[in-house]
Design a protein around this ligand. Sequence first.
Ligand SMILES: C[S@@+](CC[C@H](N)C(=O)[O-])C[C@H]1O[C@@H](n2cnc3c(N)ncnc32)[C@H](O)[C@@H]1O
Length: 491
Amino acid sequence: MEQLPVCLNLKDRRVVVTGSGQQAARRACIAVRAGAHVLVVATERSDALDEAARSPGVQIRIGQLESADLDGALLLFAASGNAADNERACQLAHGRGVLVSSDHNDACDFTMPSIIDRSPLLIAISSAGTSPLLVRLIAERLEATIPATYGRLTRFLGNIRAAIAKRIPDRRQRRHFLETLVDGTVADLVLAGDEPRAQALVEQQAEQFTARRSSTDVGEVYLVGGGPGDPDLLTFRALRLMQRADVVVYDRLIGSPILDLVRPNAERIYVGKKRNSHALPQEEISKLLVRLAREGKRVLRLKGGDPFIFGRGGEEIELLATEGIPFQIVPGITAASGCASFAGIPLTHRDHAQACMFVTGHTKTGRLSADWASLLQPGQTVVIYMGLAYLADLTADFIAHGADPTLPVAIVENGTRPNQKVASGTLQDIAAVATQGGITGPALIIIGSVVSLRDKLAWYNPSPAEVAAATARFAPPDEHPPKHRAAAASE
Ligand SMILES: C[S@@+](CC[C@H](N)C(=O)[O-])C[C@H]1O[C@@H](n2cnc3c(N)ncnc32)[C@H](O)[C@@H]1O
């Protein structure tokens, strides 16, 4: 984060603006709207300033900025449009401990975001001065999608807040209740302007809610597939439930870009699994989900990829079903789909493969337990999850069972993430290629002639800066950058 967004209370505080142009006038007006007393210091009068001076609360002084102008000031907007004048204003302000926003970015303590004003609801958008154009485009979109009446809804919720807090003292339960209001008829009525009916409905629903809560207080478990890594690949439903959760129980393959989208105040429990080293054994994870739900919580069980594809999602909900805990399941994009798309390898193709088989390389013996006759069917792509640690043995087994040693193979590491790496070769040389390429996992193995299409279809090329940033952001919570062999073994 380049800057920290905060909302300042400027009521009756002093704000100084320098300059006589449109920018200075705009700054003066917005500070007055937030309740400040504004002094504009300008070397000449202008129509824009005269217009601003009509607001009570704006005072204009013609002349140069002087130290005394800053007495008691909290902020200075240096908006003269002249670099030297702004620089001088900044120096004076800094000497007086006043925070500065300047037309000339270098001297800034803060920048002004673009604002969607649905007072008392405010949405501020900032690019830290990097791209005002993008900020404006985003602001335009939000302006169009957030109705003006949201201000009314915000005030309504503010008005009932104390009464609801008294009635439902438990914070978590209160949040659940308020969410039902915002998602339901109460909000619709307020937005339509019928506050008396909305108020009556709040009373009725609060009564029902407290009656229900005191008898049974069981929460719910959301078993959610977080996809292979790129947060843009989450489903809408996954995102909605991530925003509702009281607690998130998450796996090793969930990187911070996805975790950052979970409700910020949700409790976070890491149960990541490495091969042969489980932060929490599977049975304990299932029991944990039951316990948390029995505490009345909305439990987000967030898993990499799809929970039902090599994710043990079935086992986890079995205990929930037995114990009568309500749950819902949200599919995610499985690693095979994500990696194949981002590597430019269609898993099926009329000229290459009419079938695709997903298998796991993580077996007790370290050897594929699949039936080799079905695995080696012509016109079939084979995708192996969790196979990197056994790559040399796996490919040797394919050849030993009759596969063509020149059959194309790709290894996709960190698929869909900016630090994605793809190593390609053939059954006979891919193990050496992967070692040379420093492939450490998580990685997926794709075997079949479809891999050859990558030469034409590869498209995903993030910038070096994105790659560098992603390496840290996607690192598993329990792992520092590992050595090649050790990491492969930990997959
Ligand atoms: C325990 S399995 C979980 C699979 C997950 N449920 C899914 O549907 O993708 C973990 C394996 O999935 C593969 N995998 C998951 N995410 C990946 C990614 N972003 N890139 C490459 N392989 C990935 C790796 O083979 C990893 O060892």
